[in-house]
Design a protein around this ligand. Structure first.
Ligand SMILES: C[S@@+](CC[C@H](N)C(=O)[O-])C[C@H]1O[C@@H](n2cnc3c(N)ncnc32)[C@H](O)[C@@H]1O
Length: 246
């Protein structure tokens, strides 16, 4: 299975960067708001979509989740998840994010998609399926780029000023772009969907996933070998809850 959003081509580099704890950026900026919103995992049935090398799924199991199901489009990442690391009985699958055939309906207390919803093509279909597999009052937690991301990159001079101004100007335009591939340290065919915050929040509302809380972490990160700290957020994490009948 391959697609221009899959990490299959550079699964080994990505896995080396993440290991069993997540990269520096994950540990210092991206994961603390996720775990803060997840809260106590004890006894929960959790589904982790686009799970990468599965380190978050394993952490959830170690911290007391009842069961964790985890899927990714990349067969190599799922193979590494299953064979390289401690076997904690996470149910790993190779599965595209819009395909929910392996997941039971009305079953999960929590569904997460961390650092990956921007690789999903049909977000409306994806969210209607998330709703189906959640129990009533179950939670869906996702992370997205913060609207101030390009202002941050401008402030720390991580990209040319004109590039940041241009991206800020186009913030409201939902579009598919080929991005810099940090794991291969070059521009290549890895594609991502740039979409404004309202795109995701309105589709969550349409699919009966009510926004409950959000986290906007300050940034402490390593980018192309340089260390940056800034009060301007790069990412944000959003917690929603499945409510009522649609
Ligand atoms: C930045 S990684 C995030 C991994 C993990 N959620 C984490 O936070 O460590 C993005 C992951 O999304 C996966 N991915 C990309 N497109 C996908 C798709 N259409 N369906 C499922 N997974 C996809 C990639 O293979 C990669 O493992």
């Amino acid at each position: 299975m391959d697609s221009d959003t899959s990490f299959e081509r550079f699964a080994k580099q990505y896995d080396e960067d993440m290991g069993d704890t997540g990269s520096y950026n994950h540990q210092h900026t991206i994961d603390p708001p996720l775990f803060d919103l997840i809260g106590d995992q004890k006894g929960l049935a959790i589904c982790d979509i686009a799970c990468g090398n599965g380190y978050i799924a394993r952490k959830l199991m170690r911290e007391g989740a009842k069961e964790v199901w985890a899927s990714d489009i990349s067969p190599e990442l799922i193979k590494l998840s299953k064979e390289k690391y401690e076997n904690l009985n996470v149910k790993f699958f190779v599965q595209e994010a819009e395909d929910f055939t392996n997941f039971p309906e009305n079953y999960f207390d929590l569904v997460i998609i961390h650092m990956a919803i921007w690789y999903v093509e049909d977000v409306d279909k994806f969210l209607s399926n998330v709703r189906k597999i959640l129990k009533m009052n179950g939670r869906f937690i996702y992370s997205i780029d913060h609207p101030m991301k390009w202002s941050l990159y401008k402030a720390i001079e991580a990209v040319p000023q004109e590039k940041a101004d241009d991206e800020n100007e186009k913030y409201l335009e939902a579009r598919k772009v080929k991005t810099f591939n940090h794991w291969l340290s070059k521009q290549d065919d890895l594609s991502v969907y740039y979409r404004p915050m309202e795109y995701y929040m309105n589709l969550c509302g349409k699919n009966g996933l009510l926004t409950k809380s959000i986290r906007e972490p300050s940034s402490d990160m390593i980018r192309q070998g340089k260390h940056y700290k800034s009060g301007i957020p790069m990412k944000m994490v959003i917690e929603t809850i499945k409510v009522g009948e649609l």
